[in-house]
Write a protein that binds this ligand. Sequence first.
Ligand code: FES
Length: 173
Amino acid sequence: MSQTTGAGAVAGAESLPPVFDEAGRRELDAVVARYPTKAAALLPALWMVQRKHGWVSPQGMAEVAEALALTPAYVKGVVTFYSMYHQHPVGTHFVQLCTTTPCNVCGAEKVAEAFLRATGAKRLGETSPDGAWTVVEVECLGACGFATPVLLDDDFIESVTPESVPAIVARYR
Ligand code: FES
């Protein structure tokens, strides 16, 4: 899957509060207790960072590394491996649509254009000026028979057409 460029940044790294303050540390301790080792809690710890900040900043990676006694390089390697971790700020709503060949021949590019028009984002990978929407294209979402499939936040939506996009976007406003 592709990763956003974050050109329409909505929250700079310089303004981020710590994730593992007293309450965050208590939550992390409870997560770590479910695993045989501290390191095994890496993925949920990164989710904690993303839930709090909306993305996983270098500061967030450093916090996780320190909290779990891992090297920053190891943490970064995991963050960059999994596309569900945002390495740049993204909009409140994150739209991933498949533009791989089978969906493309069924009109995925038109669906992408419709999302840009409906959200106000200027380009794929950029966040809309109001900070609400980031639209990205991704590789096969495993629903090739239901072009065009879209993952909008945590919701999977099949058979999206350019005509159905405005109503979909309106539901999430
Ligand atoms: S090619 Fe689009 S979901 Fe598989």
